[in-house]
Design a protein around this ligand. Structure first.
Ligand SMILES: [Zn+2]
Length: 147
C-alpha cells in the first residue's frame, strides 16, 4: 500500500491507520473485499476471515458513515489526553473504531447511534516528537473542529 503524506506534513508528522489524506482533508481508508463470499474487512487483510480466500480486492471507503455506538473516554490509554470520544462507525460494509471530533473538548458528548458522520483526519496522539495523525469522524451536521 502507498502511504501518502499530508500536504503540509513535515518530518514530525506521520499517518497511521489510513493510507493517506486527500487534498480535501478526508482520509483514504482501504477495505479488503472478498469476491468469493462478499466479506468486507477493515483494517485491510490478505486472507478473508470468513472463507479463507486469499485474493481479496481493495476498495476505497467513502467519506460518510453512520455511528453504531459511541462513548466518552475519561480514563484513557497512555499518550491520549482525556476526555475524548471513541465511536464505532459503519461505512461501506465495515465497522470502524475511530476517534471522534467533538464541539466541546472539555465536556464532550458521545454520538447517538444512527448519527450520520463524515470522516476527517487529524492528530490523534504524539509518539515522542512525532505527531501521529489518523482518520477521525465528526457528526455530519457539526461544524469543523480544531479538536
Ligand atoms: Zn470470503
Amino acid at each position: 500500500m502507498t502511504r501518502t503524506e499530508v500536504a503540509s506534513a513535515g518530518p514530525d508528522r506521520r499517518i497511521v491507520g489510513a493510507d493517506g489524506i486527500r487534498p480535501d482533508g478526508t482520509p483514504i481508508l482501504t477495505i479488503s473485499a472478498c469476491p468469493r463470499c462478499a466479506g468486507r474487512w477493515f483494517p485491510p487483510r490478505d486472507i478473508c476471515s470468513a472463507c479463507a480466500h486469499d485474493e481479496l480486492d481493495s476498495v476505497e471507503a467513502g467519506r460518510d458513515g453512520i455511528a453504531y455506538a459511541s462513548t466518552v473516554v475519561r480514563i484513557g490509554a497512555p499518550g491520549f489526553t482525556t476526555p475524548y470520544v471513541l465511536s464505532y462507525v459503519d461505512v461501506d460494509g465495515v465497522r470502524v473504531l475511530t476517534h471522534t471530533d467533538t464541539v466541546d473538548r472539555e465536556e464532550p458528548e458521545a454520538l447517538a447511534p444512527g448519527t450520520p458522520v463524515t470522516f476527517t483526519a487529524g492528530p490523534t496522539m504524539a509518539a515522542g516528537q512525532v505527531e501521529l495523525w489518523s482518520y477521525r469522524v465528526r457528526a455530519a451536521d457539526a461544524p469543523e473542529s480544531d479538536r
